[in-house]
Design a protein around this ligand. Structure first.
Ligand code: UDP
Length: 348
């Protein structure tokens, strides 16, 4: 007799066989969840691969390595629970066999990246989301979209709750990312409503940690690498614009709790502790004991002036909140960048 149990989100398949009169024992214990992660070789995607493998999932990572790196998943090669497919998900996706979850994380995600790859960003947010949803539909799988705080644009409500519709410039340079993600959310809701797909939408706020690229252009890796090399710290604008930084392990835990939940409307996941960007630079200068000086450069077009997630919904529905204080997260991230810059001599 074959039965299924749901243990911590893993469907465990087992066979009961008659051992003695009236007593059963379990013969075959397991057939794990099979989860696809698009963008699985990126910063967040690769941490999700690690996390889900630890949870017993079989993970299929699909990435075209436009901004992702094999270095992020190389330690998983040879693991029987892991498979890597090099593919651009803006093109039709084929995967054989059963699939339980499709997590769509593929996209350039730093302002520098999506300015360098505007068309690819629009395509992966639109066509890539369509193909990933199509795969989820064909496989009767659960779908989770990696959305972003950028859907709120330069917000006029603070902090940002999920029911805020945002303030986005569709034709500005950031529009390629913001509008692609807004479209992706609309597409996800349409598949939920009209095709009855089991969907989730996570709105990810600024996240940091090991495996960020040295040159991805975001404030935190840029400041850390500049400080470690005693170069000028390039603060854009007057540095009074704010962000709220969440450590990667907290984010991944929140995403997992959302995947397990029944919530199909968007949920913010981020750390509400908000700081001005010049303060982030100062904290990094102190932490690194660097001789670097802060210099001020022009503020990029449409750069949001404030950003802080309202995480009441995640607290209530998912019973989730971030645990890692910034001081601890910065230390861990600094150790990674020190290693990247010194031991490995890497520069990208
Ligand atoms: N920023 C900065 N110096 C840099 C890179 C970024 O002052 O070298 C600023 C940027 O203008 C923004 C904030 O830091 O106000 C966060 O930028 P980031 O690129 O990390 O992410 P965003 O939140 O804008 O997507």
């Amino acid at each position: 007799m074959i039965s299924h149990l749901n243990i911590n989100g893993n469907v465990v398949e087992f066979t009961l066989i008659l051992c003695d009169i009236g007593s059963y024992c379990i013969r075959k214990r397991y057939s794990s969840m099979r989860t696809i992660i698009t963008g699985g070789a990126g910063f967040i995607g690769s941490h999700l691969c690690d996390y889900l493998i630890k949870k017993g999932h079989e993970v299929i990572c699909i990435d075209n390595l436009l901004t992702g790196k094999m270095d992020n998943v190389v330690h998983l090669m040879g693991n029987r629970q892991f498979r890597f497919i090099r593919h651009n998900v803006s093109d039709y996706i084929y995967v054989d066999g059963q699939v339980d979850n499709v997590l769509h994380f593929a996209s350039p995600a730093s302002p520098l990246d999506y300015l360098e790859f505007p068309i690819q960003t629009l395509k992966v947010g639109s066509l890539g989301t369509l193909n990933s949803l199509g795969l989820a539909k064909a496989k009767k799988a659960r779908f989770l979209l990696a959305s972003t705080s950028e859907v709120y644009g330069d917000p006029q409500i603070h902090p940002q709750p999920e029911n805020y519709w945002g303030h986005v410039n569709p034709v500005g340079p950031r529009g390629v990312y913001d509008e692609a993600k807004r479209f992706a959310e609309a597409m996800t809701m349409a598949y939920h409503r009209y095709h009855d797909i089991d969907t989730r939408i996570v709105r990810i706020f600024n996240t940091y940690g090991p495996r960020m690229r040295v040159k991805d252009g975001r404030a935190l890796p840029t400041f850390m690498c500049q400080a470690l090399k005693d170069e000028n710290i390039t603060v854009f604008g007057n540095g009074l614009q704010t962000r709220s930084f969440c450590y990667i392990s907290d984010l991944v835990e929140g995403i997992y709790q959302l995947l397990l939940s029944n919530e199909y409307e968007p949920v913010n996941i981020g750390n509400p502790e908000e700081i001005p960007i010049h303060q982030l630079a100062e904290e990094i200068l102190t932490l690194t004991n660097s001789k670097s000086k802060m210099i001020f450069k022009p503020l990029p077009v449409d750069d949001p002036k404030i950003r802080q997630p309202d995480i009441s919904k995640a607290r209530t529905i998912l019973n989730w909140e971030p645990k890692i204080p910034r001081a601890e997260g910065l230390q861990k991230t600094l150790a990674y960048f020190r290693d990247e810059l010194t031991c490995c001599g890497k520069d990208a």
